[in-house]
Design a binder for this molecule. Structure first.
Ligand code: C2E
Ligand code: CA
Ligand code: CA
Ligand code: CA
Length: 278
């Protein structure tokens, strides 16, 4: 009777306990994920809007959890940032993306550039710039083949310092993309100050670009802005030919999205590269 009572007792407060256990479990698991080799990078092509030739790929992190299966970065990146695990994970991503680029080259597959996402926590850490330099030196990839995608959130702290870091990265020769452009605030002030190469139009503006006159106006304005400032402009989340037609007609250089390809595991991505128009 006692056993059953205990068991029943747990049922009275499930949601909170479950939630807590789940959080704790995931956090512990995330600590071990690197050592257990559970993280992987998938790659999503970026193509020229005119010829659809391959210009690069964005590395997107995946966690293959032994029990929960594939976990989206939207779920575990925030946790990795809170716990500081993003520093070790971020270093792993950077190194892995660069070594994958080299491995493809050895297979005769020339990927012009690989993009890596950098979170605000990573960016503001004093080890970030040295880590990028070290990975470039150790892998020997040409710096202009590494593109770093940063969001406006890196500028919420010390703007002077952020600019200094960006200048150090530019000096190394890597390229810089402003991710999720248009979703933050003071965007215009930032792009005036920041030595970036590329604006990525956030997919929230691309999604309804053919249905919503407002989204169309915003996307077109970002494209014009980028052209006038001599930035390259990437549309992310391009899912249909209609979206692609509109964006191309307004002068967008680069497409990324399901219309071209979903993010692909390494092997499948290599196949995509093989079949790409020159
Ligand atoms: P993000 O950098 O804005 O990446 C774009 C997201 O849009 C990716 O989600 C991608 O799979 C998805 N996507 C691409 N094309 C389409 C499309 O046509 N339609 C739709 N609906 N979605 C599309 P994912 O892979 O789940 O990544 C989510 C976020 O997690 C990323 O957003 C990025 O902020 C973060 N993330 C991913 N990998 C890393 C990483 O290695 N480091 C850091 N710090 N963050 C990462
Ligand atoms: Ca990105
Ligand atoms: Ca984005
Ligand atoms: Ca995003």
């Amino acid at each position: 009777a006692k056993q059953g009572g205990e068991r029943r007792y747990c049922v009275f407060e499930p949601s909170m306990t479950e939630h807590l256990n789940n959080q704790l479990g995931i956090e512990t698991d995330l600590r071990l994920a690197l050592a257990r080799d559970e993280l992987e990078l998938h790659y999503q092509p970026k193509v020229s809007s005119g010829t659809l030739s391959l210009l690069g790929a964005e590395a997107l992190l995946r966690w293959r959890h032994p029990v929960h299966g594939m976990i989206s970065p939207a779920r575990f990146i925030p946790l990795a940032e809170e716990t500081g695990l993003i520093l070790a994970i971020g270093r792993w991503v950077l190194r892995k993306a660069c070594t994958d680029l080299l491995a493809w080259r050895e297979l005769g597959l020339d990927l012009p550039s690989v993009s890596v996402n950098v979170s605000a926590r990573q960016f503001s850490d004093s080890t970030f710039v040295p880590t990028v330099r070290q990975v470039l030196e150790q892998t020997g990839i040409e710096p202009h083949r590494l593109d770093l995608e940063i969001t406006e959130s890196v500028m919420t702290g010390d703007v002077e310092r952020a600019v200094q870091i960006l200048l150090q990265l530019k000096d190394m020769g890597v390229t810089l993309s402003m991710d999720d452009f248009g979703t933050g605030y003071s965007s215009l002030n930032y792009i005036k100050t920041f030595p970036i190469d590329t604006l990525k139009i956030d997919q929230t503006f691309v999604r309804d670009v053919t249905g919503s006159p407002k989204d169309a106006a915003i996307a077109a304005t970002i494209i014009t802005l980028a052209m006038n400032l001599n930035f390259s402009v990437v549309a992310e989340g391009v899912e249909t030919a209609e979206q692609a037609d509109f964006l191309r007609s307004r002068g967008c250089d680069v497409f990324q999205g399901y219309w071209i390809s979903r993010p692909l595991p390494g092997e499948a991505f290599a196949d995509f590269v093989r079949k790409s128009p020159p």
